[in-house]
Design a protein around this ligand. Structure first.
Ligand SMILES: NC(=O)c1ccc[n+]([C@@H]2O[C@H](COP(=O)([O-])OP(=O)(O)OC[C@H]3O[C@@H](n4cnc5c(N)ncnc54)[C@H](O)[C@@H]3O)[C@@H](O)[C@H]2O)c1
Length: 310
């Protein structure tokens, strides 16, 4: 198949590209490198089935003029440190950018997958979060540029599906980690490793009792592709159900790295979710997908990657 991956130079996107190329598909990537890195795709330079287009999905002119069978839209900054710096660009990427890709999908009859997020549930009042939960989102808060862009992107997707006949899939991605995360991107796993590997105390926001469920990136890439190739057009949560407190994650990373400097506690940022765990019944029942990588094993692999970033 001929496949376009928007955001393919990013963390999850680049692993998905590797997975698709391993199955002999032809894969084009479009990326504006706002948070992605060329180095994530460097090993593919000589691969004849791969082409990299430098461009912004918000700009119609920069989209490749090719006919695709599948379009994966993973393009979007996803880290809270970007929310203050490029909030308008994030809003435009989830709206105008995704609209452009939906129109491309419509024009070439491609199936399109939108990478949504657990952030559509906001600071959830139910835990775990099933896909039927509408969420608890502050549309004016610090995270609104991201949360609302994704909610709008989902609404666009579902309306193109209903009224324009575009065959679509929507994945709600929960916290994912692994090699190729940006070391300085402000999310919990890179923060902790970059501090622990140089013997610093780990920064804990609030009292550290807030929870996250961590999915290893190979499980995520497999889940995303399985959804794309299924006949499921409802949104599907993909993530790991193993919920841990931030303190438990910090202690595990200190254990793996041999760091024993005491943690540093700071105030919790506004609207930071207190609990986060996917209900993955839909993924299990409809896709036959479940995570396979144990968190300790996944974190060991990730640690080796962050060592190379020092
Ligand atoms: N990593 C997670 O835990 C997580 C959780 C929920 C959802 N997601 C979603 O998964 C997708 C990938 O996330 P990631 O963690 O790999 O982030 P990432 O920042 O590493 O990757 C996003 C990629 O999109 C590119 N991009 C951004 N705006 C663009 C634009 N306008 N035009 C072209 N390219 C653009 C970036 O340069 C980057 O390469 C995102 O849509 C994100 O919202 C990720």
């Amino acid at each position: 198949m001929k496949i376009l991956v928007a955001g393919g130079a990013g963390f999850i996107g680049s692993h998905l590209v590797d997975r698709l190329l391993a199955q002999d598909h032809h894969v084009d990537v479009i990326d504006n490198f706002v948070t992605g890195q060329k180095i994530n795709l460097k090993h593919l330079a000589d691969n004849e089935n791969f082409e990299l287009f430098s461009g912004d999905i918000c700009n119609l002119e920069s989209l490749p003029r090719e006919k695709y069978d599948r379009i994966y839209n993973l393009a979007s900054p996803a880290s809270p440190i970007d929310f203050k710096k490029i909030s308008i660009e994030i809003l435009l990427t989830g709206s105008q950018g995704h609209l452009n890709l939906l129109q491309l999908a419509e024009n070439c009859g491609a199936r399109i997958l939108f990478a949504s997020t657990s952030e559509v549930y906001g600071d959830p009042l139910v835990n775990p979060q099933p896909e039927t939960y509408y969420g608890n989102v502050n549309c004016r808060g610090e995270r609104a540029c991201y949360d609302e862009a994704k909610r709008f992107g989902e609404a666009l997707t579902v309306n193109f599906q209903k009224y324009r006949g575009v065959n679509s899939r929507t994945v709600r991605i929960f916290n994912t980690y692994g090699p190729r995360m940006r070391p300085n991107d402000g999310r919990v796993i890179p923060n902790f490793f970059m501090q622990a590997l140089v013997g610093q105390g780990l920064t804990i926001y609030g009292n550290g009792q807030q929870t996250r469920s961590l999915c290893y990136v190979s499980d995520m890439a497999r889940g995303i592709e399985t959804l794309m190739e299924s006949d499921v057009d409802q949104p599907v949560n993909i993530g790991n159900t193993h919920e841990m407190t931030i303190l438990e994650i910090a202690d595990l990373i200190n254990d793996l790295t041999g760091n024993n400097t005491p943690h540093i506690f700071q105030d919790l940022p506004e609207n930071d979710p207190k609990v986060r765990q996917p209900d993955i019944s839909r993924a299990k029942n409809l896709l036959g997908w479940r995570p396979q990588v144990d968190v300790r094993e996944g974190l060991k692999e990730t640690m080796e990657f962050f060592k190379t970033c020092l």
